[in-house]
Design a protein around this ligand. Structure first.
Ligand SMILES: *Cc1c(COP(=O)(O)O)cnc(C)c1O
Length: 361
Protein backbone atom coordinates (compact mmCIF):
# COMPACT_ATOMS: atom_id res chain seq x y z
CA UNK A 1 0.00 0.00 0.00
CA UNK A 2 1.15 3.59 -0.65
CA UNK A 3 -0.48 7.03 -0.82
CA UNK A 4 -2.51 5.79 -3.82
CA UNK A 5 -4.08 3.15 -1.64
CA UNK A 6 -5.55 5.73 0.72
CA UNK A 7 -9.23 6.18 0.03
CA UNK A 8 -10.22 9.85 0.14
CA UNK A 9 -13.35 11.20 1.74
CA UNK A 10 -13.37 15.00 1.47
CA UNK A 11 -14.49 17.09 4.43
CA UNK A 12 -17.94 18.41 3.42
CA UNK A 13 -17.58 21.44 5.71
CA UNK A 14 -13.92 22.55 5.52
CA UNK A 15 -12.81 25.75 7.24
CA UNK A 16 -13.43 28.55 4.72
CA UNK A 17 -10.48 30.20 3.03
CA UNK A 18 -10.69 33.57 4.79
CA UNK A 19 -10.90 31.96 8.25
CA UNK A 20 -8.00 29.67 7.36
CA UNK A 21 -6.01 32.69 6.22
CA UNK A 22 -6.59 34.39 9.56
CA UNK A 23 -5.52 31.28 11.47
CA UNK A 24 -2.36 30.87 9.39
CA UNK A 25 -1.18 34.39 10.22
CA UNK A 26 -0.43 33.33 13.79
CA UNK A 27 -1.07 29.61 14.27
CA UNK A 28 0.98 29.15 17.47
CA UNK A 29 1.82 25.50 18.16
CA UNK A 30 -0.55 22.51 18.40
CA UNK A 31 -3.73 24.55 18.84
CA UNK A 32 -5.38 24.51 15.43
CA UNK A 33 -5.83 21.60 13.06
CA UNK A 34 -6.49 20.99 9.38
CA UNK A 35 -9.66 19.65 7.73
CA UNK A 36 -8.59 16.00 7.35
CA UNK A 37 -6.84 13.12 9.07
CA UNK A 38 -5.35 9.82 7.87
CA UNK A 39 -6.36 6.54 9.44
CA UNK A 40 -5.35 2.87 9.06
CA UNK A 41 -6.69 -0.02 11.13
CA UNK A 42 -4.89 -3.15 12.27
CA UNK A 43 -6.33 -6.34 13.65
CA UNK A 44 -4.87 -9.72 14.45
CA UNK A 45 -6.83 -11.45 11.71
CA UNK A 46 -6.67 -8.81 8.95
CA UNK A 47 -3.37 -7.01 9.51
CA UNK A 48 -3.31 -3.42 8.15
CA UNK A 49 -6.50 -2.43 6.35
CA UNK A 50 -8.98 0.42 5.67
CA UNK A 51 -6.38 3.07 4.80
CA UNK A 52 -8.14 6.40 4.28
CA UNK A 53 -7.94 10.16 4.50
CA UNK A 54 -11.18 11.46 5.94
CA UNK A 55 -12.72 14.53 7.59
CA UNK A 56 -10.96 15.28 10.87
CA UNK A 57 -13.22 14.67 13.83
CA UNK A 58 -13.57 13.13 17.29
CA UNK A 59 -13.07 9.41 17.86
CA UNK A 60 -15.74 7.39 19.59
CA UNK A 61 -14.03 5.13 22.14
CA UNK A 62 -15.50 2.46 24.38
CA UNK A 63 -14.54 3.19 28.03
CA UNK A 64 -12.77 -0.19 28.11
CA UNK A 65 -10.50 0.66 25.15
CA UNK A 66 -7.10 -0.77 26.15
CA UNK A 67 -5.02 2.40 25.62
CA UNK A 68 -7.08 4.26 28.24
CA UNK A 69 -5.96 1.76 30.87
CA UNK A 70 -2.50 0.46 29.95
CA UNK A 71 -1.15 3.29 27.75
CA UNK A 72 -0.09 1.20 24.78
CA UNK A 73 0.56 4.24 22.56
CA UNK A 74 3.37 5.63 20.38
CA UNK A 75 3.75 8.75 18.27
CA UNK A 76 5.98 10.69 15.90
CA UNK A 77 6.48 14.34 15.06
CA UNK A 78 7.67 15.83 11.75
CA UNK A 79 7.08 18.89 9.61
CA UNK A 80 5.95 19.60 6.05
CA UNK A 81 7.49 22.74 4.56
CA UNK A 82 6.34 25.02 1.79
CA UNK A 83 9.44 25.67 -0.31
CA UNK A 84 10.34 28.96 -2.02
CA UNK A 85 9.49 27.43 -5.43
CA UNK A 86 6.00 26.50 -4.22
CA UNK A 87 6.83 22.80 -3.77
CA UNK A 88 6.21 20.75 -0.64
CA UNK A 89 8.83 18.80 1.31
CA UNK A 90 9.34 16.62 4.34
CA UNK A 91 12.65 16.23 6.17
CA UNK A 92 14.03 12.66 6.48
CA UNK A 93 10.53 11.13 6.85
CA UNK A 94 11.82 7.56 6.47
CA UNK A 95 13.79 8.08 9.69
CA UNK A 96 10.49 8.83 11.44
CA UNK A 97 8.98 5.73 9.79
CA UNK A 98 11.83 3.57 11.05
CA UNK A 99 11.68 5.00 14.58
CA UNK A 100 7.90 4.47 14.60
CA UNK A 101 8.52 0.78 13.84
CA UNK A 102 11.15 0.58 16.57
CA UNK A 103 8.84 2.24 19.08
CA UNK A 104 6.11 -0.24 18.08
CA UNK A 105 8.46 -3.18 18.68
CA UNK A 106 9.28 -1.96 22.17
CA UNK A 107 5.61 -1.50 23.05
CA UNK A 108 4.59 -4.91 21.62
CA UNK A 109 2.57 -3.24 18.85
CA UNK A 110 2.37 -4.15 15.14
CA UNK A 111 4.89 -2.38 12.90
CA UNK A 112 3.42 -0.01 10.35
CA UNK A 113 5.24 -0.57 7.01
CA UNK A 114 7.29 2.45 5.85
CA UNK A 115 5.27 2.88 2.64
CA UNK A 116 2.05 3.17 4.65
CA UNK A 117 3.63 5.61 7.09
CA UNK A 118 4.93 7.81 4.29
CA UNK A 119 1.78 7.25 2.20
CA UNK A 120 -0.47 8.44 5.02
CA UNK A 121 1.53 11.64 5.40
CA UNK A 122 1.73 12.41 1.69
CA UNK A 123 -2.00 11.76 1.22
CA UNK A 124 -2.91 13.95 4.20
CA UNK A 125 -0.59 16.82 3.24
CA UNK A 126 -1.89 16.73 -0.35
CA UNK A 127 -5.46 17.01 0.94
CA UNK A 128 -4.58 19.85 3.34
CA UNK A 129 -1.88 21.54 1.28
CA UNK A 130 -3.49 24.97 1.68
CA UNK A 131 -2.89 24.68 5.43
CA UNK A 132 0.90 24.82 5.14
CA UNK A 133 1.87 28.29 6.41
CA UNK A 134 4.41 30.16 4.32
CA UNK A 135 5.85 32.50 6.97
CA UNK A 136 9.50 32.37 7.96
CA UNK A 137 10.11 29.44 10.33
CA UNK A 138 6.58 28.14 9.97
CA UNK A 139 5.48 24.69 8.80
CA UNK A 140 2.71 22.11 8.97
CA UNK A 141 3.43 19.95 12.02
CA UNK A 142 2.44 16.31 11.47
CA UNK A 143 1.57 13.99 14.31
CA UNK A 144 1.36 10.29 13.37
CA UNK A 145 0.31 8.08 16.30
CA UNK A 146 -0.98 4.60 17.07
CA UNK A 147 -2.83 3.14 20.02
CA UNK A 148 -4.39 -0.08 21.32
CA UNK A 149 -8.06 0.14 20.31
CA UNK A 150 -9.18 -3.29 21.47
CA UNK A 151 -12.01 -3.24 24.01
CA UNK A 152 -10.62 -5.50 26.72
CA UNK A 153 -9.36 -5.04 30.29
CA UNK A 154 -7.00 -8.03 30.29
CA UNK A 155 -3.31 -7.08 30.44
CA UNK A 156 -1.73 -8.21 27.15
CA UNK A 157 -0.68 -6.70 23.83
CA UNK A 158 -3.96 -5.66 22.17
CA UNK A 159 -5.33 -7.49 19.14
CA UNK A 160 -6.59 -4.27 17.49
CA UNK A 161 -4.87 -0.93 16.84
CA UNK A 162 -5.70 2.37 15.23
CA UNK A 163 -3.05 4.41 13.42
CA UNK A 164 -3.82 8.06 12.71
CA UNK A 165 -2.04 11.13 11.44
CA UNK A 166 -3.28 14.64 12.17
CA UNK A 167 -1.78 17.95 11.03
CA UNK A 168 -1.45 21.32 12.73
CA UNK A 169 -0.07 24.53 11.21
CA UNK A 170 2.80 25.81 13.35
CA UNK A 171 4.39 29.23 13.52
CA UNK A 172 7.98 29.93 14.41
CA UNK A 173 8.32 28.18 17.79
CA UNK A 174 10.05 31.26 19.17
CA UNK A 175 8.80 34.38 17.43
CA UNK A 176 11.78 36.67 17.87
CA UNK A 177 14.68 34.30 17.26
CA UNK A 178 15.51 31.60 19.79
CA UNK A 179 15.90 33.02 23.30
CA UNK A 180 18.06 30.95 25.65
CA UNK A 181 16.08 28.69 27.95
CA UNK A 182 16.72 27.95 31.62
CA UNK A 183 17.01 24.35 32.75
CA UNK A 184 16.14 22.72 36.07
CA UNK A 185 18.17 19.63 37.07
CA UNK A 186 15.81 16.89 38.23
CA UNK A 187 17.66 15.18 41.10
CA UNK A 188 14.71 13.06 42.18
CA UNK A 189 12.59 12.09 39.18
CA UNK A 190 14.25 10.20 36.32
CA UNK A 191 13.04 9.71 32.78
CA UNK A 192 14.30 6.31 31.66
CA UNK A 193 16.28 3.35 32.96
CA UNK A 194 18.33 0.82 30.96
CA UNK A 195 15.90 -1.74 29.61
CA UNK A 196 13.02 0.72 29.94
CA UNK A 197 11.19 2.73 27.30
CA UNK A 198 13.46 5.79 27.07
CA UNK A 199 14.36 5.18 23.43
CA UNK A 200 10.72 4.63 22.37
CA UNK A 201 8.60 7.63 21.46
CA UNK A 202 5.63 6.70 23.63
CA UNK A 203 3.11 8.88 25.42
CA UNK A 204 3.92 7.14 28.70
CA UNK A 205 7.41 8.70 28.79
CA UNK A 206 5.81 12.13 28.64
CA UNK A 207 3.22 11.28 31.29
CA UNK A 208 6.07 10.28 33.63
CA UNK A 209 8.02 13.48 32.88
CA UNK A 210 5.27 15.98 33.64
CA UNK A 211 5.75 16.12 37.40
CA UNK A 212 9.43 16.95 36.89
CA UNK A 213 8.55 19.57 34.27
CA UNK A 214 6.08 21.09 36.75
CA UNK A 215 8.85 21.17 39.35
CA UNK A 216 11.07 23.00 36.82
CA UNK A 217 8.38 25.65 36.24
CA UNK A 218 7.90 26.04 40.02
CA UNK A 219 11.65 26.66 40.27
CA UNK A 220 11.36 29.42 37.66
CA UNK A 221 12.88 27.35 34.83
CA UNK A 222 11.61 26.61 31.31
CA UNK A 223 12.62 22.97 30.98
CA UNK A 224 13.82 19.99 33.01
CA UNK A 225 16.98 17.97 32.39
CA UNK A 226 16.99 14.33 33.44
CA UNK A 227 19.95 12.38 34.82
CA UNK A 228 20.69 8.65 34.70
CA UNK A 229 18.79 6.36 37.06
CA UNK A 230 21.75 4.62 38.76
CA UNK A 231 24.00 7.48 39.87
CA UNK A 232 21.90 10.62 39.21
CA UNK A 233 25.03 12.00 37.64
CA UNK A 234 25.09 11.45 33.87
CA UNK A 235 23.11 13.85 31.70
CA UNK A 236 20.37 12.17 29.64
CA UNK A 237 18.18 14.75 27.89
CA UNK A 238 15.34 17.21 28.43
CA UNK A 239 11.68 16.13 28.58
CA UNK A 240 11.41 16.27 24.80
CA UNK A 241 14.75 17.43 23.36
CA UNK A 242 18.30 16.08 23.08
CA UNK A 243 21.29 18.05 24.42
CA UNK A 244 24.58 19.18 22.86
CA UNK A 245 27.64 20.70 24.55
CA UNK A 246 30.17 22.95 22.76
CA UNK A 247 33.74 23.35 24.08
CA UNK A 248 36.36 26.08 23.75
CA UNK A 249 38.45 23.89 21.39
CA UNK A 250 35.50 23.88 18.96
CA UNK A 251 34.54 20.25 19.64
CA UNK A 252 31.00 19.16 20.48
CA UNK A 253 29.63 16.37 22.66
CA UNK A 254 26.23 14.73 23.07
CA UNK A 255 25.17 11.88 25.39
CA UNK A 256 25.24 8.42 23.76
CA UNK A 257 22.11 6.55 22.64
CA UNK A 258 20.62 4.00 24.99
CA UNK A 259 18.10 5.45 27.41
CA UNK A 260 17.61 8.69 25.48
CA UNK A 261 15.30 9.22 22.51
CA UNK A 262 17.29 8.86 19.25
CA UNK A 263 16.42 12.29 17.83
CA UNK A 264 16.54 12.83 14.08
CA UNK A 265 17.59 16.43 14.73
CA UNK A 266 20.38 15.04 16.96
CA UNK A 267 21.55 12.73 14.19
CA UNK A 268 21.36 15.53 11.59
CA UNK A 269 23.42 17.90 13.77
CA UNK A 270 26.04 15.19 14.36
CA UNK A 271 26.29 14.64 10.61
CA UNK A 272 26.46 18.35 9.74
CA UNK A 273 29.11 18.95 12.40
CA UNK A 274 31.23 16.04 11.09
CA UNK A 275 30.81 17.40 7.54
CA UNK A 276 32.33 20.68 8.73
CA UNK A 277 35.30 18.95 10.30
CA UNK A 278 34.12 19.60 13.85
CA UNK A 279 35.32 16.99 16.36
CA UNK A 280 32.22 15.17 17.59
CA UNK A 281 31.89 12.86 20.57
CA UNK A 282 28.94 10.75 21.67
CA UNK A 283 29.97 10.20 25.26
CA UNK A 284 28.57 10.41 28.79
CA UNK A 285 28.85 13.86 30.41
CA UNK A 286 28.42 14.33 34.16
CA UNK A 287 26.35 17.10 35.71
CA UNK A 288 29.20 18.20 38.03
CA UNK A 289 31.59 18.29 35.06
CA UNK A 290 29.11 20.44 33.13
CA UNK A 291 29.10 22.97 35.97
CA UNK A 292 32.91 22.88 36.40
CA UNK A 293 33.46 23.31 32.65
CA UNK A 294 30.92 26.16 32.43
CA UNK A 295 32.64 27.94 35.35
CA UNK A 296 36.16 27.45 33.95
CA UNK A 297 35.13 28.56 30.47
CA UNK A 298 36.01 25.20 28.91
CA UNK A 299 32.33 24.75 28.04
CA UNK A 300 31.17 27.67 25.92
CA UNK A 301 27.71 26.71 24.64
CA UNK A 302 24.89 24.24 25.28
CA UNK A 303 21.85 23.71 23.11
CA UNK A 304 18.80 21.48 23.00
CA UNK A 305 17.38 20.12 19.75
CA UNK A 306 14.26 18.47 18.40
CA UNK A 307 11.83 18.81 15.50
CA UNK A 308 9.38 21.23 17.14
CA UNK A 309 11.81 23.95 18.30
CA UNK A 310 14.75 22.86 16.03
CA UNK A 311 17.73 24.23 18.03
CA UNK A 312 17.30 26.05 21.33
CA UNK A 313 20.20 27.57 23.30
CA UNK A 314 20.47 26.79 27.02
CA UNK A 315 21.38 29.91 29.01
CA UNK A 316 21.26 28.93 32.68
CA UNK A 317 21.16 25.73 34.70
CA UNK A 318 19.62 25.57 38.14
CA UNK A 319 19.67 22.81 40.72
CA UNK A 320 19.10 22.44 44.46
CA UNK A 321 22.79 23.35 44.97
CA UNK A 322 22.68 26.62 43.03
CA UNK A 323 22.82 27.91 39.49
CA UNK A 324 25.36 28.49 36.75
CA UNK A 325 25.38 30.34 33.44
CA UNK A 326 26.47 28.94 30.07
CA UNK A 327 28.80 31.28 28.15
CA UNK A 328 27.20 34.73 27.91
CA UNK A 329 23.79 33.28 28.83
CA UNK A 330 22.55 33.87 25.28
CA UNK A 331 22.73 31.98 21.97
CA UNK A 332 26.31 30.99 21.06
CA UNK A 333 28.01 31.10 17.66
CA UNK A 334 28.28 27.36 17.03
CA UNK A 335 24.66 26.88 18.08
CA UNK A 336 23.46 29.57 15.69
CA UNK A 337 25.61 28.35 12.80
CA UNK A 338 24.40 24.75 13.12
CA UNK A 339 20.82 25.91 13.38
CA UNK A 340 21.13 28.11 10.28
CA UNK A 341 22.75 25.27 8.33
CA UNK A 342 20.06 22.76 9.30
CA UNK A 343 17.09 25.03 8.62
CA UNK A 344 18.53 26.10 5.23
CA UNK A 345 18.72 22.44 4.17
CA UNK A 346 15.22 21.71 5.51
CA UNK A 347 13.81 24.54 3.38
CA UNK A 348 15.86 23.57 0.31
CA UNK A 349 17.75 26.88 0.50
CA UNK A 350 21.13 25.11 0.65
CA UNK A 351 22.70 22.05 -1.03
CA UNK A 352 21.44 18.76 0.41
CA UNK A 353 24.45 16.39 0.23
CA UNK A 354 22.74 13.62 2.21
CA UNK A 355 19.43 13.65 0.31
CA UNK A 356 17.46 14.52 3.42
CA UNK A 357 14.76 16.59 1.73
CA UNK A 358 11.81 14.54 0.47
CA UNK A 359 9.89 16.56 -2.13
CA UNK A 360 6.45 15.46 -3.22
CA UNK A 361 3.15 16.74 -4.60
C1 LIG B 1 10.87 13.44 19.83
C2 LIG B 1 11.82 13.58 20.93
C3 LIG B 1 13.09 14.17 20.77
C4 LIG B 1 13.54 14.82 19.48
O1 LIG B 1 13.52 13.97 18.39
P1 LIG B 1 13.52 14.59 16.90
O2 LIG B 1 13.50 13.41 16.01
O3 LIG B 1 14.77 15.38 16.77
O4 LIG B 1 12.31 15.45 16.81
C5 LIG B 1 13.95 14.19 21.85
N1 LIG B 1 13.60 13.67 23.04
C6 LIG B 1 12.37 13.13 23.25
C7 LIG B 1 12.05 12.57 24.58
C8 LIG B 1 11.45 13.06 22.21
O5 LIG B 1 10.25 12.51 22.42
Amino acid sequence: MSSQSFEFEANPTPVDASERGRVLEDPGFGKVFTDHMAMVRWSDDRGWHDAKVMPRGPLLLDPATAVLHYAQEIFEGLKAYRLDDGGTALFRPLENARRFRESAQRMAMPELPDDLFLGSIEALVKADRDWIPSGDGSSLYLRPFMFASEVFLGVKPASEYLYLCIASPAGNYFKSGAPAVSIWVSDHYTRAAPGGTGAAKCGGNYAASLVAQREAIAQGCDQVVFLDTAERRWIDELGGMNLFFVFDDGSILTPPLGTILPGITRDSILTLARDQGITVREAPYAIDQWEADARSGKLVETFACGTAAVVTPVGTVKSRDGAFTIGSGGPGQVTQALKARLTAIQRAQAPDPHNWVHRFG
